[in-house]
Ligand binder design. Structure first.
Ligand code: GCU
Length: 678
């Protein structure tokens, strides 16, 4: 049995004697040089791994006799003098968190400048063994391409999780600070193994209480637990906290009393958490207070907090997810309209956090137009690992496919090849600060993420955060091997499913550029009929604008002109329905039902056929998975099987609901090949 708690750190037993014998020499002859809390966790991790690989209760002791050691783990300062000179030129290329993994004269060397790098290097070595790679060819030098690699937990202090579908928050505030649950340690191990170096532990819809001593003490206990793993803690700051906690009459960022309050509060936080990372802020959006309440700009707000954390080396991650339902312009334009004029007006310890697309984590959106448009202000990416709009925890969809599509999108900011990934790694605009955040999908479920395969989204997020240009096929293979089995048949079939899963989901939910047609508020299941209510932009009809003649949102200059926020290359392509890829057609255009598309189908037929294709894709995923019976443990096999059955049912539900609803407008019968709605 396997409940999935160990994630990709299963350290599955060697499958036969030959494999075990090959690695035994190395694993029984490791020398770990040096002493620090991080060295202790490295030692512990090696023991856990060895115990798993050899399937044994009595782990072999780690040999501490350097003369016979075959694996050497130590920072550059700790490494033996005879090895050092040969590695010097490579060591010179290392950044603070980078590592070297190299086979040299019959020995495996793991080295780094600092402790975090050494831990990453150790995990990289263990990954080689988990994926059964030979060690004799090792020659790896890695530095992370992005500095701040964070998880954002939308966890509330009462342990509910906003948009969380895997149980409750793993932060047990009630038992903190005195009880450090093993799950916090395993969380830190998992994150360190993929290079995540920061965590914002509270919801962006923030509760000011977390800034009070009672909670700071608890947050500090988490920070202490995470520190040996190279992970810093960040907190969300509610903008009107001075009013809520200390009855100030205003939270105006230009008011000296308010500024002073934040300075004192920040000093207090650092007295609890000396390496506190800084604040994450959602302001002026969806009911959150912010600088707008005082007629101030987003820069005024961010800079006030930046000044407070600056003396301590902290940063402010200021979210660009700012919009106001009372503003009459197209909602997706608003962040750019607001932030673009502020380019260059932020302090140097502010980084603006931008969602991947301009609307809100839809199954498919074009990249956010702010990427490439802010040459003087560092931007960081916000991806959503939790699948709020993508079927939530029961649908299997490989998010790396979607993220890669965004990361490799060309902004054309400095000509062809100006990809979003180059904005994020800082190379395009020479940003001094670089970052990426993933909204966590973790909860108290025994397997952390609800769907076993959603563990893979957490994993691949970390890998893409380390290097946004990584090969997602390799990421997927490694994750499958480490998590389930190294059996090549299994890996091939499971990866085949993963590769089809994203397009399949888009087809059965929002094909041809449809968006935000989910049911209201909880966003689970279809709801294209949702109208009325207190806000236009919370109704599905706002986004698809269906009539008997046509469907889609005109964002060209004849419509909202949101398209104007993109580079001329995109304006040319997306401005014309004939040259707009079908994936984005109804995102940018209103199109008549009987319009003939590049596929030869009418728009109505194309939509219907794609819904059908999505359903067939989900069924195919299910039947492929059935073949994996016996290839992995029964417990996880059946868990995934039962979720696939839900996915197929819900894909049919999406197809039937959307076609029945839109069909009332198109008035055209379903084309051949599309099953009649049940
Ligand atoms: C989405 C989500 C909200 C969340 C918001 C945000 O709109 O539905 O629950 O608070 O994003 O990112 O701030």
């Amino acid at each position: 049995a396997n409940d999935g708690y160990k994630l990709w750190l299963q350290y599955l037993p060697f499958e036969n004697k030959a494999v075990a014998e090959y690695y035994r020499d190395y694993l029984e002859n490791i020398v770990l040089i040096g002493n620090s809390p991080t060295h202790s966790v490295i030692q512990k991790e090696l023991e856990i791994a060895i115990e798993g690989f050899f399937d044994m209760k009595n782990k072999p002791g780690i040999n501490l006799n350097p003369s016979t050691a075959l694996v050497w783990i130590g920072t550059e300062k700790e490494l033996s003098k005879d090895i050092l000179p040969e590695l010097q030129s490579q060591i010179n290329q290392l950044g603070d968190e980078g590592y070297i993994l190299k086979y040299l004269h019959g020995k495996v060397i793991v080295t780094a400048k600092g402790n975090a790098g050494l831990l990453y290097g150790t995990f990289a070595l263990l990954k080689q063994i988990q994926t059964r790679e030979k060690l004799e060819n090792l020659d790896i030098l890695e530095n992370p391409k992005i500095q701040l690699r964070l998880l954002n937990h939308w966890d509330n202090l009462n342990r509910t999780v906003e948009r969380g579908y895997s149980g409750f928050s793993i932060w047990n505030w009630h038992r903190l600070p005195h009880h450090i649950d093993q799950q916090y340690i395993d969380y830190a191990r998992a994150n360190a193994s993929i290079g995540i170096n920061g965590t914002s532990i509270t919801n962006v819809n923030a509760n000011a209480l977390v800034l009070t001593p009672e909670y700071l003490e608890k947050a500090a206990a988490l920070a202490d637990a995470f520190r040996p793993y190279g992970i810093k803690v960040y907190l969300t700051a509610r903008f009107n906290a001075p009013m809520m906690l200390d009855n100030l009459s205003t939270a105006d960022p230009l008011n000296p009393e308010v500024q002073d309050w934040w300075k004192k509060k920040t000093a207090e936080i650092y007295s609890y958490i000396p390496d506190f990372g800084g604040f994450l802020v959602k302001a002026d959006s969806e009911g959150q207070p912010g600088p707008h309440n005082y007629g101030r700009t987003q820069a005024d707000g961010a800079n006030m907090l930046a000044d407070a954390v600056k003396p301590f080396g902290g940063i402010v991650m200021w979210r660009a997810f700012v919009y106001n339902e009372k503003t009459p312009t197209d909602r997706i334009r608003q962040a750019y309209d607001e932030f673009k004029p502020l380019d260059g007006k932020f302090r140097d310890n502010v980084i603006v956090q931008v969602k991947n697309g301009p609307l809100d984590f839809q199954p498919r959106e074009p990249f956010h137009p702010l990427f490439g448009a802010m040459s003087e202000t560092p931007l960081m990416m916000e991806f959503q690992i939790t699948k709020e709009y993508l079927g939530q925890e029961t649908h299997w969809v490989n998010l790396a496919t979607m993220w890669q599509e965004i990361l490799q999108s060309d902004t054309y900011a400095k000509g062809k090849g100006s990809t979003v990934s180059k904005v994020l790694d800082g190379s395009l605009h020479e940003y001094k600060l670089t970052g990426i955040a993933g909204v966590s999908n973790i909860g108290t479920d025994r397997n952390w993420t609800g769907h076993h395969t959603a563990q893979g989204d957490w994993y691949s997020y970390g890998k893409l955060a380390w290097n946004p240009d990584s090969d997602i096929q390799k990421i997927g293979q490694d994750w499958l091997k480490m998590t389930f089995s190294t059996d090549s048949d299994f890996v091939k079939t499971a990866q085949g499913i993963m590769n089809q899963s994203y397009e399949t989901l888009v087809n059965y939910m929002t094909p041809v550029g449809l968006h935000h047609i989910m049911a209201r508020s909880h966003h689970w299941g279809p709801g294209p009929w949702v109208t009325g209510g207190e806000r236009d932009d919370w109704t599905a009809t706002y986004y698809h604008k269906v009539t008997k003649e046509a469907i889609g949102f005109d964002r060209t200059e004849n419509g909202s002109n949101a398209l104007a926020q993109y580079a001329p290359e995109w304006k040319a392509m997306w401005g014309n329905p004939e040259t707009t890829p079908l994936e984005y057609l109804l995102w940018f255009h209103r199109v008549e039902w009987d319009k003939k598309l590049s596929t030869g189908n009418s728009l109505w037929d194309e939509i219907a056929l794609r819904y059908q294709k999505g359903v067939e894709g989900a069924r195919w995923m299910q039947s492929e998975w059935t073949k994996m019976n016996g290839k992995i443990d029964e417990e996880r096999f059946s868990h995934i099987s039962s979720f696939l059955a839900i996915q197929v049912k819900e894909a049919e539900w999406w197809r039937d609901a959307c076609l029945l609803y839109f069909g009332q407008f198109s008035g055209i019968p379903l084309p051949a090949g599309v099953e009649a709605p049940k």
